[in-house]
Design a protein around this ligand. Structure first.
Ligand code: ADP
Ligand code: MG
Length: 678
């Protein structure tokens, strides 16, 4: 039976400076683990000191030199039975200097370096001792500190926190026994005050059993909160959608192609969700070009056939526009009215669209984030489709829910989520995967070209264009500045126009009005333009099957996911496609690693795994859109086994140990418990 969790201790007020480290309660302090440890459990003879090691020495002060103020430098020579070492203080305090006297015995802890006068310690921690002063019996923790918060103050409060009696174990005994987990109190004590026989190595690599326990607890908290969020959502209930008008069947019959096996499978999974009274929350994954749009369109047709409305959202105007055109061409023959809503829509047109939706005259709304706005009201919203969901924030997704009585949700993403990540951060979603490309595609060949060979590249592109090829020429975002990107794109456009006089070169970027963008895209799609110079606005979703060549400028500046997305714009026709990555030396190690990955693989899952490995989950997901607390201790790749174990334990605890569940969540998330909502 769990006691009230960490009650009094959680309420102790900490000095304000702690808040800057996210530390508000004693419970938070417990989980604030040291960066490293110093060993004051033994004394190293001065004759044995090695450089680049942090050690403790003890000796008698034999010499003190102090510089005059204002420098206040102090240099002290310490001697033990076997040798001498110099301690240097770049700024000493009057009190400190007064404590230091020739003939006095002191202990100093610090890193040894070789200075001008041989071995020395700069700014060691030191104190006066007697010959028989006992040694400290545990390793000394070193914490990460912030301005206004000293190591000493932090240590003091953590010590107080550790001394509290009521740190209950929130993991039930059956689970602890089965998984052979160390106790919670023992684990935190061990990590904050390790006994000297524990190897610091074992602690630093987080392989010690105490670490295993803490990582387990963290993963357990994550699993529990995701399960609870999922349960809350399911409890809300949704309309059962039955396609009485058989619109999805009609849409299928009209298509010029047949679905791949993978598309058929995921479509069945989605259709099953739609007829149930539990709101669907499904993530549809599939590499770029795998054909997610038609699957979403089938879901939309199904919902409309059931008498409901559907909203279809894309993160950029360009992509939304393209969806709009495609969906309209699919739906209008079926007698379905499609409304368009984007930020750039004239007031009058917007008003008409809004009324059509509110009155239920329009059954499908396609657009950008403009669809999230509060004046967008639906008569009967049954399904929301969110394309490239990783581009939207959690808040936006929540805003959607307010629009319908818990509509079914289908989210799509071309950024494949590795299994472990899916199991932890996306544990509250059902996932469908399209793991097959439509037939007739040939893999894109990727080439790395040094920026110095640009002229040769242009000559080659020109020759290819003369043979009828169509080319994307992509300029990256520079220093996060959109106007610089625009400038580069305009310069590139001008330069290519001059260098390839007989080739028609177009330009598309985010500053164009949507009608202008649509016009340029249409000209490119109709093969009136041979080359399209573009900013990264074309990154997502753009679909022109005849384009078989892509040049990416300054590829070294782009992230892996972005490169993969961009490259996915070519290789959509039967023609062998080429993607040229132009790079400029010097390359950072990270940039080199990224280029190597993208050069060697066209498999989106592989690219995503490598991306996750290079960046870590926090950046991979983007804190903004992950919706789940980022893990501080566990590593979902290295600790994959623990993720599985935490998942099973969460199941058991939710059924049989509800008190421990809430105690555990309070310990890990405190007030932030409501963080995960959808
Ligand atoms: P993504 O999954 O990247 O969103 P799209 O839905 O844009 O991919 O599809 C890419 C292209 O493949 C589109 O031109 C689409 O019409 C086409 N397509 C989709 N499914 C099939 C299929 N089963 N057979 C042939 N072409 C298909
Ligand atoms: Mg798409």
């Amino acid at each position: 039976m769990a006691k009230t969790p960490d009650s009094d201790a959680s309420l102790v007020d900490l000095p304000a400076a702690f808040a800057r480290l996210g530390l508000h309660t004693y419970a938070d302090l417990l989980l604030y683990f040291p960066l490293r440890y110093e060993d004051e459990t033994q004394i190293t003879p001065i004759s044995d000191v090695r450089t680049a090691c942090t050690i403790q020495i003890q000796g008698e002060v034999v010499q003190i030199e102090t510089a005059r103020p204002p420098q206040r430098q102090m240099s002290v020579v310490l001697r033990d039975a076997g040798g001498e070492i110099r301690l240097r203080f770049l700024h000493s305090y009057p009190g400190q200097a007064a404590q230091m006297a020739v003939g006095r015995l002191i202990r100093a802890v610090g890193e040894v370096r070789v200075g001008l006068f041989g071995a020395e310690m700069v700014h060691p921690r030191w104190r006066k001792v007697e010959m028989n002063t006992p040694l400290i019996d545990s390793l000394t923790p070193v914490y990460s500190v912030a301005a206004g918060l000293s190591q000493t103050l932090l240590r003091k409060h953590i010590k107080l926190a550790l001394a509290q009696e009521q740190w209950v174990d929130t993991v039930p005994e059956v689970v602890r026994n089965r998984l052979k987990l160390m106790g919670f109190s023992d684990s935190v004590l061990c990590l904050h005050r390790p006994s000297p026989e524990i190897s610091a190595e074992h602690l630093m690599t987080r392989t010690h059993p105490a670490w295993r326990r803490i990582k387990f607890d963290e993963l357990l908290a994550q699993q529990l909160s995701l399960r609870l969020a999922r349960a809350r959502r399911r409890a809300a209930g949704a309309a059962r959608l039955k396609d009485d008008l058989h619109l999805s069947g009609k849409l299928l019959a009209n298509l010029p192609f047949i679905l791949t096996d993978a598309q058929q499978r995921v479509w069945r999974e989605i259709a099953t969700d739609l007829v149930s009274a539990v709101p669907m929350q499904r993530l549809l994954q599939g590499d770029v070009g795998s054909g997610k749009t038609i699957v979403a369109a089938l879901a939309a047709a199904h919902a409309i056939g059931a008498g409901f409305q559907v909203v279809f959202m894309a993160p950029t105007e360009l992509l939304a526009e393209q969806h709009f055109r495609k969906l309209r061409s699919w739906f209008e023959p079926l007698g379905i009215s499609v409304a368009w809503l984007s930020g750039g829509l004239p007031k009058k047109a917007r008003q008409v669209a809004l009324e059509d939706l509110q009155q239920g005259r329009a059954q499908l709304a396609v657009g950008t984030h403009a669809l999230f706005q509060t004046d967008v009201v639906f008569a009967r919203l049954g399904l929301a489709v969110v394309d490239e969901q990783h581009r939207f924030g959690v808040a936006q997704r929540l805003a959607l829910r307010a629009k319908g009585h818990a509509p079914h949700q289908l989210m799509m993403s071309a950024t494949p989520i590795p299994r472990t990540l899916a199991m932890s951060y996306h544990a509250d979603l059902d996932v469908s995967v399209i793991d097959e490309l439509p037939p007739g595609r040939t893999p894109v060949m990727t080439k790395l070209v040094d920026g110095g060979r640009r002229d040769q590249l242009i000559a080659w592109v020109r020759a290819r264009c003369e043979q009828g090829a169509q080319v994307y020429w992509v300029c990256p975002l520079i220093d996060e500045s959109e106007s610089l990107q625009l400038q580069t794109a305009m310069d590139t456009h001008a330069a290519l126009t001059v260098a390839m006089p007989e080739v028609s070169v177009g330009l598309i970027h985010g500053r164009l009005r949507s009608a202008e963008k649509a016009e340029v895209m249409a000209a490119f799609a109709a093969n009136i333009l041979n080359v399209l110079v573009a900013t990264t606005v074309i990154e997502v979703g753009v679909d022109v099957p005849n384009a078989s060549l892509m040049v990416i400028e300054h590829a070294e500046r782009m992230g892996l996911a972005q490169l993969h997305q961009l490259r996915g714009r070519v290789g959509r026709g039967a023609e062998r496609s080429v993607c040229v990555l132009l790079y400029h030396e010097p390359l950072s190690e990270m940039a080199r690693a990224r280029l190597k990955v993208i050069f060697e693989s066209t498999d989106g899952f592989h690219v995503a795994r490598e991306d996750l490995r290079l960046r870590g989950p926090g950046e991979f997901l983007g804190a903004r859109q992950s919706g789940a607390p980022i893990l501080r201790f566990a590593d979902i790749e290295l600790d994959a086994e623990l993720v599985d174990q935490a998942r099973d334990a969460a199941d058991l605890m939710l059924w049989e140990h509800p008190l421990e569940v809430s105690a555990h969540l309070v310990r890990w998330y405190g007030d932030r418990q409501g963080f995960i909502q959808s």
